[in-house]
Design a protein around this ligand. Sequence first.
Ligand SMILES: Nc1ncnc2c1ncn2[C@@H]1O[C@H](COP(=O)(O)OP(=O)(O)O)[C@@H](O)[C@H]1O
Ligand SMILES: [Mg+2]
Length: 362
Amino acid sequence: MSDQIVTLENATRSFPVFEGKRIYALRGIDLEVRRNEFLTLLGPSGCGKTTLLQAVSGFIDLEQGRILIEGKDITDVPPHRRPVNTVFQNYALFPHMSVGENTGYALEIAGVPVAERRKRVAEALEMVGLKDMENRRPRQLSGGQQQRVALARAIIARPKLLLLDEPLSALDKNLREAMRIELKTLQSELGISFVFVTHDQEEALTMSDRVAVLDAGQIQQIGTPRTVYDAPATTFVATFVGASNLFEGRREGERVVTPDGIAIHSKSPAANDAAVTALIRPEQFSLTAANDEPSLEMEVDQVVFVGSAFELLGRAAGGRKLTALIPASARGQVGAIEASRRARLYYDPASVHLIVPTEAAQ
Ligand SMILES: Nc1ncnc2c1ncn2[C@@H]1O[C@H](COP(=O)(O)OP(=O)(O)O)[C@@H](O)[C@H]1O
Ligand SMILES: [Mg+2]
């Protein structure tokens, strides 16, 4: 059995926009979805996430490239014959049908006998935490419960692959956060692969086994949430996934020197004199030095209390913007900074990642 459930090879698709011009929603995407993994497609609005899902489900055709499921070319197989199901953002349930009828609809259409159907509806509803709600109507449920019915409906036919297109974006913040954990749990219980689409980086980091970051129809990077966050391949990934301080410059020995004269120490590999960008996440800065760590002087414009931390917003010598995130436990030191409007920010050179431009990323 192959390790991949889905393989996309050079998947390419454009749409006409105006005056014969076309916009490329997918530009030669190569992607493998592994068996039993939670893969998230993360990217800004318009980067091609929905188009990619629709190519996999078969609702749009590719111009070039092919799609394999378990090694078998399904590029020309119609949607209803693919072992794939989709949960949409607008999960429109049938209002006149009960929760149970909504859930079992696909089985009814497929002619599955009533007794078997009942059993599987009960199982599916139990999995999504809606046991004993079979006889309710959708309007008697909360938004979160309706979303769960949509999930039950999608998993009841036991697809090998579930595609989820921003399914949480219609829910309020608390519910969205609770559903993240539930979705991840559901995926591992079901033992099927999920391809989940979102533009919310926090959602992507918390739920996924791997994250594919998309921009303008191309995959910028694919990796575990930690890899994508700690070692972004491009400046796009660094800024889209999390907050960042970026220092574009040239490698000189153990340092990266920027045109405005800032030197950032880094132990990451990069050829001498290469054009690189050093990344320091706001939380990598500290107000106290561990040993003889290097530091930056910051002129502080604003101190923002965010509950568990203080955000320091300000500028380095030369005017470049800096952001630091300091744990709330350092409130004494932060008090002094609020008074003096100056901070010394220490960092560990071993944790400074260097983004090295490659041909593929340009
Ligand atoms: N049916 C269509 N006709 C014309 N342009 C489209 C169509 N579908 C998608 N696009 C364009 O393709 C690009 C990618 O769209 P989409 O896949 O929906 O992005 P996302 O889901 O990441 O927001 C966008 O620029 C969008 O406007
Ligand atoms: Mg979309």
